[in-house]
Design a protein. Structure first.
Lengths: 113, 114
């Protein structure tokens, strides 16, 4: 069975500082990995995905994520946080053999002015 | 904003009743997936429809059923509602199956079961 872990319920960072939101996964076969963001009272918005190729993936709003196969991780990063980045972030995984995505529980990112 | 719309926005039902939620997918998308998001949790996959046929189902009982229409819009039906069915129900559309493709989510339907 595939699974996703987001070990931090909340991440606090000061505006202008780099941010990292952690995600680890477990799948059989090659993983397909996604990051989504959810603002209050809104649906999820796609940020970026890794299917194959370069381990560093660049996405929307200046976010990027690094796929690390040996550590089974796919951490979300941004060099300089904005207050408007404050939201709920979800990591999701599936594999080539499954069409069913599994989402993590989410990490609340709070960026302080 | 995505082009995915859901109706109604909010809904209150009593235990034992039946409910139908609706989703209009983004133009050109042939796959619709439904998720249940309980408070403080990540979305849980219910099922997805690809070209009008169910293609993949999560760990939900048969009283959760769905349809996809020729225009790729979709319905989620829940029979014999239980208190634990109270949640935000999200619809997502994609071009191709959800496993390898980015999904575009609607704003959700908030269902409260009393």
């Amino acid at each position: 069975a595939q699974s996703v872990a987001q070990p931090e319920d909340q991440v606090n960072v000061a505006e202008g500082n780099p941010l990292t939101v952690k995600c680890t996964y477990s799948v059989s076969g090659n993983p397909y990995l996604f990051w989504y963001v959810q603002y209050p009272n809104r649906g999820l918005q796609f940020l970026l995905k890794y299917i194959t190729g370069d381990n560093l993936v660049k996405g929307s709003y200046g976010f990027e994520a690094e796929f690390n196969k040996s550590q089974t991780s796919f951490h979300l990063k941004k060099p300089s946080a904005l207050v408007s980045d404050s939201a709920l972030y979800f990591c999701a995984v599936t594999s080539g053999g499954s069409y069913i995505p599994t989402f993590g529980r989410g990490t609340s990112l709070i960026v302080h002015p | 904003e995505t082009g995915v719309t859901q109706s109604p926005t909010h809904l209150i039902k009593t235990r034992g009743q039946q409910v139908t939620l609706r989703c209009s997918s983004q133009s050109g998308h042939n796959t619709v997936s439904w998720y249940q998001q309980a408070l403080g949790q990540g979305p849980q996959f219910i099922f997805q429809y690809y070209r009008e046929e169910e293609n993949g189902r999560g760990n939900f009982p048969p009283r959760f059923s769905g349809l996809q229409f020729p225009n790729y819009s979709s319905e989620l039906n829940v029979n014999a509602l239980e208190l634990d069915d109270s949640a935000l129900y999200l619809c997502a559309s994609s071009l191709g199956l959800a496993g390898g493709n980015e999904q575009f989510f609607g704003p959700g339907t908030r269902l409260t079961v009393l």
